[in-house]
Design a protein around this ligand. Sequence first.
Ligand code: ADP
Ligand code: UDP
Length: 237
Amino acid sequence: MEKKKELYRGKAKSVYETDDPNRYIMYFRDDTSAFDGQKIEQLERKGKTNNRFNFFIMKKLEEAGIPVHVEELLNDRECVVKKLQMVPVECVVRNVSAGSICRRLGVAEGLDLNPPTFEFFLKNDELHDPMVNDSHIISFGWGTQEQIDEMRAMSLKINAVLKDLFDKAGLILVDYKLEFGLYEGKLILGDEFSPDGCRLWDKETRKKLDKDRFRQGLGGVIEAYEEVARRIGCPLD
Ligand code: ADP
Ligand code: UDP
């Protein structure tokens, strides 16, 4: 497959056109950002770690019956994905309270949420990704009721698969963000699943092993991502 021009350069990844009109190459850079791009640093090995982590998780989800965009791991930093028309919302599932839900609702960090919560946020850095609901998504034409129902159902099915996978590795899946897109009219899981877009705590010590280490300046960011990969059996080479 031939890589053509860079179509989009996001905060952490670049998307390239290819000679196949229905495929993109997704390139994982070492750039690490937080607070809607206000804090940016290059972290050595991050691109490679997240590319391989994402491939591993996407394959697990595919095996569980979730339609995913990732098709092939090309090398350390690149994978082939289906070209999606992205739905401009982020889907967030939470098993334990942390991050923005604590600030918004004044609740303590670490409360078990049963059943898990499900939230939509508009993907818009300038507006700091405001929370939106079903009626906003429909009225502004970002998605249909059917797509909303499917995104919610798939996000919760993914929770069942991943909670169990991380639990077996002694990790708590606290929360995570997903993005979906359309391919030939069908809703497919896009973007990435990596410690950049989720929270993972050690079950015994509650040590944070995700991007909160970067947000909070705790250090050992990539070492933590690598530890999670090792514990779930994800190869990094
Ligand atoms: P951001 O745009 O938030 O800065 P990234 O740096 O991760 O994020 O850039 C990747 C971009 O590619 C995101 O905007 C994401 O929505 C988009 N994307 C992910 N998967 C696909 C896909 N299969 N087809 C088209 N766009 C995609
Ligand atoms: N998240 C993300 N990208 C975003 C917003 C959130 O990957 O633009 C992830 C984040 O890493 C966490 C979950 O979604 O795992 C919930 O994030 P939250 O709403 O708590 O926001 P935060 O406080 O992390 O900005």
